[in-house]
Design a protein around this ligand. Structure first.
Ligand code: PMP
Ligand code: GLU
Length: 396
C-alpha cells in the first residue's frame, strides 16, 4: 500500500519505542531498569480512581461536547486563575486526548506550509514531527552547551519574516531546565516585537524542586495572553498518563479552530477520564506534594551517582524528572569489538547488554547525550547506575 508522503516522513517516537522494547524484554523475563519512560511510576491517587468508578455508575458513558464537560472546563478556568493568574472563559478552553493531542491541535491550527516554527534544541521528540505534519518548517535554535538553556539572543537571530510560532516547554523535557522569569520576560518581549505566537507546554509545571512553579509566559504581560496557547494536562502531575487528558487555553478564535479540528478527529476525550481529571484538579495539594518530594529524593540520588561517572557532565535538573547528560567522551569506544558511534548505539548496547533503558540524545536533536528518567524507585536507580558504571568501564 502506498503511504502518503506526509506520514512517510515521520519518525516513530524514540521515547515510546525504547520504552516498548524495554517492556517486551521484561516480558521475556529479563530484568530491565526503566530509565527511559517519561511517566510517573506511581498509581493514580485513590480519590481520582474512585471518582472515575462513580462516573461510570452515574452514567457518564456518552459523548460530551467536543471541547469537554462544562464542569471540567470550569475547574480548568479556576486552575488557571488561582495558579497562573490567567483569566479564561470556558469557551477559551479545549480538553483533548492527552497534552500530545492538545499540542497537535494547536500546531495544526496555527502552522502551515511556508511558516517557520522556532524550536529550542534539545526539544521533546514530538514537537519536530508535529510541525512537519503541519507542513511547516522547524527552525532549530541551539541551547547553550553548558546550561542547556535557550538564549533569547539566539532566538532573536533565528527570526525571519516567516517566523510564526515558538514552541516553548517549561520545565523542559529532556533537560530538566526551568526558565527564570527574567528569561521568560525576554522571550515574551520577542514575541510582542515580532508578532510570534507562543505554544507554551507547561505539562511539568508542578514538578519543580528548588522553587515555586514557574509563571506561565502568558501571564507576563496582558498582551501575551492574546498570543499564547497554553498547553497543560493531568498526565505528569497526577500520575495519569494512561487516562489521556490534556487541555489548552488561548484566544477564542484559536481555540474554536482547534475545536473544529477535534470535531473531525477524535470528538471529545473519554468522558470517564474527564470526570477523573476534574477530580484531580480538585484534589488536595498534599497529593501532589508527596509525589514531588519522592521525585526530589530520586533526583538527588541519581544526580550524585551520575556526577561520579568519569567524563559525564550535565546541568543539575531543576524540574521534570530527567537528567540529560553528555556522554560524548564515550563515542568512538568499543563494546566487545562493536564500535559505538552515536548516542543511539550507546543506548541500544546499554539496554541489550547491561539491561538499562535510556533514550539517545539524538531523539531530542542532541547527539552525544543520553536522557535518564528518575521516575522510578531508589532501588532501581542504585542498581541501574551501578550497571551503567560497569558498562562504561568495560568500553575500550
Ligand atoms: N509535552 C511534554 C514535554 C511531554 O514530555 C509529554 C509526555 N508525554 C507531553 C507533552 C504529552 O503528555 P500526554 O501524555 O498528556 O499526552
Ligand atoms: N513524554 C514522555 C517522554 O518523553 C512519554 C513518551 C512520549 O509520549 O513520547 O518519555
Amino acid at each position: 500500500m502506498k503511504i502518503s508522503d506526509r506520514v512517510s516522513k515521520i519518525a516513530e517516537s524514540a521515547t515510546l519505542a525504547i520504552t516498548t522494547l524495554a517492556r517486551s524484554m521484561r516480558a521475556e523475563g529479563k530484568k530491565i531498569i526503566p530509565f527511559s519512560a517519561g511517566e510517573p511510576d506511581f498509581d493514580t491517587p485513590a480519590c481520582i480512581r474512585e471518582a472515575a468508578k462513580k462516573a461510570i455508575d452515574d452514567g457518564y458513558t456518552r459523548y460530551t461536547p467536543t471541547t469537554g464537560l462544562p464542569e471540567l472546563k470550569k475547574a480548568i478556568c479556576h486552575k488557571f486563575e488561582s495558579e497562573n493568574s490567567l483569566m479564561y472563559k470556558p469557551d477559551q478552553i479545549i480538553v483533548s486526548c492527552g497534552a500530545k493531542h492538545s499540542l497537535f491541535n494547536a500546531i495544526l491550527a496555527l502552522c502551515e506550509e511556508g511558516d517557520e516554527v522556532l524550536l529550542p534544541v534539545p526539544y521533546w521528540v514530538t514537537y519536530l514531527e508535529q510541525i512537519a505534519l503541519a507542513g511547516a518548517t522547524p527552525v532549530p535554535v541551539y541551547c547553550r552547551q553548558d546550561t542547556l538553556e535557550v538564549e533569547p539572543d539566539a532566538l532573536r537571530e533565528s527570526i525571519t519574516p516567516r517566523t510564526r510560532v515558538l514552541v516553548l516547554n517549561n520545565p523542559v523535557n529532556p533537560t530538566g531546565v526551568v526558565y527564570s522569569e527574567k528569561t521568560l520576560a525576554e522571550i515574551a518581549e520577542l514575541s510582542l516585537q515580532h508578532d510570534i505566537t507562543i505554544i507554551s507546554d507547561e505539562i511539568y509545571e508542578h514538578l519543580v524542586y528548588d522553587q515555586k512553579p514557574p509563571p506561565s509566559i502568558a501571564s507576563l504581560d496582558p498582551e501575551m495572553g492574546k498570543r499564547t496557547i497554553v498547553v497543560n494536562g493531568v498526565s505528569k502531575t497526577f500520575a495519569m498518563t494512561g487516562w489521556r487528558i490534556g487541555y489548552s487555553a488561548g484566544p477564542y478564535d484559536a481555540v474554536q479552530a482547534m475545536s473544529r479540528l477535534q470535531d473531525h478527529t477524535t470528538s471529545n476525550p473519554t468522558t470517564i477520564s474527564q470526570i477523573a481529571a476534574q477530580a484531580a484538579l480538585q484534589c488536595p495539594q498534599e497529593i501532589i506534594q508527596s509525589m514531588v518530594e519522592t521525585f526530589n529524593r530520586r533526583r538527588t540520588l541519581m544526580s550524585t551517582l551520575m556526577n561520579a561517572l568519569p567524563d559525564v557532565s550535565f546541568p543539575f535538573p531543576r524540574g521534570a524528572f530527567y537528567i540529560f547528560a553528555d556522554f560524548s567522551a564515550y563515542l568512538g569506544k568499543y563494546f566487545c569489538g562493536n564500535l559505538l558511534n552515536s548516542s543511539f548505539d550507546l543506548a541500544q548496547k546499554l539496554l541489550r547488554e547491561a539491561g538499562v533503558a535510556c533514550v539517545p540524545g539524538s531523539a531530542f536533536g542532541m547527539e552525544g547525550f543520553l536522557r535518564f528518567s528518575y521516575a522510578t524507585s531508589e532501588d532501581n536507580i542504585e542498581t541501574g547506575m551501578k550497571q551503567l558504571r560497569s558498562f562504561l568501564e568495560n568500553l575500550t
